[in-house]
Each structure stands twice: as C-alpha cells, then as structure tokens.
Write a protein that binds this ligand. Sequence first.
Ligand code: NAG
Ligand code: NAG
Ligand code: NAG
Ligand code: NAG
Ligand code: NAG
Ligand code: NAG
Ligand code: NAG
Ligand code: NAG
Ligand code: NAG
Ligand code: NAG
Ligand code: NAG
Ligand code: NAG
Length: 356
Amino acid sequence: MSTLALLLALSLLSFLPTPTSSATFNCSVPASNTCRSLITYIPPNSTTLNSIKTLFNVTHFRTLLGANSFPIATDPALPVSAGQKVLVPFTCVCRNGTGVSNKRPQYIVKSGDDLDHIATVLFSRLVTYQEIAAVNKISDPSLIRIGQKLWIPLPCSCDEVDGERVVHYGHVVANGSSVEAIATEYGTTQETLLRINGISDPKTLEANQVLDVPLKACSSSISNESSDARLLVSNNTYVFTANDCVKCQCSSANNWTLQCEPSTVNSTVCPAMQCDDSSLNSQLLLGNSTSGCNQTTCAYAGYTNQTKILTTLVTHSTCTASDNKNNASKMSLQGSSWNFLFMAIHLVLLFLHVLQ
Ligand SMILES: *[C@@H]1O[C@H](CO)[C@@H](O)[C@H](O)[C@H]1NC(C)=O
Ligand SMILES: *[C@@H]1O[C@H](CO)[C@@H](O)[C@H](O)[C@H]1NC(C)=O
Ligand SMILES: *[C@@H]1O[C@H](CO)[C@@H](O)[C@H](O)[C@H]1NC(C)=O
Ligand SMILES: *[C@@H]1O[C@H](CO)[C@@H](O)[C@H](O)[C@H]1NC(C)=O
Ligand SMILES: *[C@@H]1O[C@H](CO)[C@@H](O)[C@H](O)[C@H]1NC(C)=O
Ligand SMILES: *[C@@H]1O[C@H](CO)[C@@H](O)[C@H](O)[C@H]1NC(C)=O
Ligand SMILES: *[C@@H]1O[C@H](CO)[C@@H](O)[C@H](O)[C@H]1NC(C)=O
Ligand SMILES: *[C@@H]1O[C@H](CO)[C@@H](O)[C@H](O)[C@H]1NC(C)=O
Ligand SMILES: *[C@@H]1O[C@H](CO)[C@@H](O)[C@H](O)[C@H]1NC(C)=O
Ligand SMILES: *[C@@H]1O[C@H](CO)[C@@H](O)[C@H](O)[C@H]1NC(C)=O
Ligand SMILES: *[C@@H]1O[C@H](CO)[C@@H](O)[C@H](O)[C@H]1NC(C)=O
Ligand SMILES: *[C@@H]1O[C@H](CO)[C@@H](O)[C@H](O)[C@H]1NC(C)=O
C-alpha cells in the first residue's frame, strides 16, 4: 500500500512543472545580523488577515498590521479578497550568500499536501518545492508526512544597496508591469533594480516574478549600543520595539525621519519615556515636540537591558530671518515679564508678612 502511494507520488512528481522563477536574493552580511524584510502575498482565494498571519507564522498580529500601515485596532477577521496584495513581514538571515526567512514560516504538513502544492498553491510560488526540500534536508521530496514541520525559505536580503541600509521587499510583479514602473513606484532606479536582481534585459521581466526591491528606510537617533541598533523601518510602515513599549513609524512625509511614541500595547510594564532637559520649561514626552519654528522633539534613542528607554532631544529649525527677529524681541519681553512676576511674588509675600 505504502509502496503504491510512493510510486504514485513519484510518478506525479515527474509531471510537476519545473520552477518558473526560483527567486534568490544575494545576501552576504554575517548571519548574526538578521534583519526585517517584506514580501508580497496575493491570496488565490478570499481569506482573512488572521489566516494570513497563521499561514506565515507571524508572531504578533500587530506586526502584520504595521507592515501594511493598517490601523492598530483592525479586526483580525478582516476579509482579504482573492488577488488583494498583502505585505508579510518576516526576519531574514543570510545563509551561504543567499537570504532566506529565518527558520520561519513554519508549516505543518496536512493530509493531502505535497511539497509542490505547498510551494505553488499555499505559498503562491514565493518559493519552489526544491527550495523547501533543500533547507529542510529532504532528499526525496515525495516523502513528507502529516504533522511534519517544514521551514518555508522566503527570499530576502540584509545587504546594503549603494552604501545605504534598506528594507528588502520581495515584490511580486503584476501582469503588464515594467522594471521602470516598479522603480518609480518604490523610489528607486531601473538601473539599481536590474543590477541587484541580475537582470540584463528589462524586457525579460515576467508577471509573478519575485523582484528584490530595496525600500528606503527612515533615519533615526537610535544609539549603536541599543538592543535595536539595527532597526530599519521603511516608508509607510510602523513597528513596535523596546519590548513593545515604543511604536515607530516611517513616512516620506516626515522627511524620512523615524517618528516614535509610547505604545499602548503593553503600557503597564513600560519604563518612563521622556526627555529631561533643564533648558526646557516643560518635560517633553517621547514623540512630543515644542511648537514654533525652532522645533525640539523628544526622539527615541534605543533601549538597554530591557529596563531603560533612551531618549534624545533633536532640534530642527525652519526659522526664517524674520522669525528670528521677532524671537529676539519676544525673548526680551519674556525677560521683563519674568522680572515682573518675581517682583509681584515678593510683594505678595511682603504683604502676607505684614498681615501676620
Ligand atoms: C554553500 O554553498 C556551497 C556551494 O554552493 C555548498 O557546497 C555548501 O554545502 C553550502 N553550505 C550550506 C550551509 O548550505
Ligand atoms: C509559529 O511560530 C511559533 C514560534 O513563535 C511556533 O511555536 C509555532 O508552532 C508556529 N506555528 C506554526 C503553525 O507552525
Ligand atoms: C481555493 O479554492 C479552490 C476552489 O474552492 C480550491 O480548490 C483551492 O484549494 C483553494 N486554494 C487555497 C489555497 O485554499
Ligand atoms: C496579462 O495581460 C494580458 C493582456 O494585458 C492578458 O492577455 C493575459 O491573459 C494576462 N495574464 C494573466 C496571467 O493575467
Ligand atoms: C511613500 O509612501 C507614500 C504613501 O503611501 C507614497 O505616496 C510615496 O510615493 C512613497 N514614497 C516612496 C519613495 O516609496
Ligand atoms: C550574487 O553574488 C554572486 C557571488 O558573489 C555574484 O557572482 C552575482 O553576480 C551576484 N548577483 C547579483 C544579482 O548581484
Ligand atoms: C558606537 O559608535 C561610536 C562612535 O560613533 C563608536 O566609538 C563605538 O565603538 C560604537 N559602538 C558599537 C557597539 O558599535
Ligand atoms: C530633511 O532632512 C535633511 C537631512 O536629514 C535636511 O538636510 C533637510 O533640511 C530636511 N528638510 C526639511 C524640509 O525638513
Ligand atoms: C507585555 O510584556 C511582557 C514582558 O515583556 C510580555 O511577557 C507580555 O507578553 C507582553 N504582553 C503583550 C500583550 O504583548
Ligand atoms: C505628547 O505625547 C503623548 C503620547 O504620545 C500624546 O498623547 C500627546 O498628545 C502629546 N502632546 C502634545 C502636546 O503633542
Ligand atoms: C546592562 O547590564 C549589565 C550587567 O547586568 C551591566 O554591566 C551594564 O552596565 C548594563 N548596561 C547599561 C547600559 O545599563
Ligand atoms: C532659533 O534658534 C536660533 C539658534 O538657537 C536662535 O538664534 C533663534 O533666535 C531662534 N529663533 C526662534 C524664532 O526661536
């Protein structure tokens, strides 16, 4: 019986289509430098966000929301229609010159599955069955058993592009798209896309091909000694860091500067998050700014030993010459009003003293 099943499986395998596009992205930083990556998933059937979270073994629902810039209160049961594009976040590790998702997603084999079905239908050709077999050290792809745990190696990279740290995004090419159009959409150049994907002729681009697209990330004030020193957040996404105590988002609208604020995810166990600065009259909370053209912001600078959140004051000036002129007169006015207040308090004290 089992021999028959084996023979059947083997004969089926010989009819399997050869992989159309085995996407492998170059990745050569040390394996200890894992990084965040994104990939497109286009569900073949209608599904829900929570099912996508489960399929891709994403730890927290909020991580999936952040990658898609969905509001934090989004219902996990939110329907996702067939063909709707969803960005899936995962951790990437470089292995032998190629980037793969770090031991996850983990997929548990179900009755009726075969490796090709898992690769082409369930994971919509983001991997090939050969790649799944290779990382799981499966010498005979027809021999998988129900309940077996498989590591699905999604393509990714942690390499810098043109000397800049970027978030690598596995973009699934839409029918009728072009390298030029994709470059424009994601703020890169056709030349860069061709080079990092090893494409010599842009006309060879095929629909459903997984293209390595480097996304520009926001600059931040995170210290290189922080536990999240390598945190990278790309345009129009948000992430949680510092044990979920801090939410950081990146938007090109904020001049590509990371914006962080206290998160409400796990507020009870979070340490203080404010900037202490004697030159400011009021204490600034993380993410808050002073008003005016000389804007001081309390920015996130990392965390240490899981007990302390670091902050730093960042000043950004959009002052014009006339602003500064007005400011000079306001400052002297402020000085005189302080004197006035001081005198008034003394007068009151004196008055109280006389009354006694
Ligand atoms: C790395 O690649 C080389 C050559 O392709 C191969 O011989 C070696 O087994 C690979 N190592 C790992 C850990 O996959
Ligand atoms: C997903 O990952 C977690 C580890 O965080 C693991 O315990 C769990 O079994 C995985 N789920 C599936 C369905 O593989
Ligand atoms: C999508 O639906 C079709 C028809 O109901 C089914 O045969 C197929 O297995 C489904 N695909 C997935 C990935 O669930
Ligand atoms: C791609 O588009 C062309 C015409 O625009 C159409 O003929 C073809 O069927 C489409 N292919 C897929 C896979 O949708
Ligand atoms: C950044 O995201 C915004 C909002 O989605 C978009 O309008 C803009 O084109 C993006 N810029 C780049 C360079 O990706
Ligand atoms: C990937 O790395 C290999 C080995 O270093 C190199 O030969 C190849 O050109 C690289 N491919 C791309 C697309 O950069
Ligand atoms: C952090 O940066 C400073 C100066 O920029 C450097 O002296 C120090 O060695 C760096 N520390 C780490 C852990 O990289
Ligand atoms: C944007 O940021 C750059 C460098 O980070 C700075 O030089 C420039 O003045 C900023 N522009 C605006 C409008 O804030
Ligand atoms: C809150 O933080 C604690 C300690 O870091 C962690 O064990 C717990 O899972 C977190 N709760 C949520 C809802 O994330
Ligand atoms: C300061 O930050 C807190 C927390 O993010 C926010 O609720 C509040 O509105 C901010 N205040 C100002 C004046 O921006
Ligand atoms: C973190 O903890 C270690 C030992 O517990 C200590 O030596 C180190 O100074 C701490 N670092 C910071 C920045 O608090
Ligand atoms: C902005 O800051 C500069 C330098 O600190 C100062 O000379 C100027 O008066 C300030 N302008 C305003 C409008 O506060």
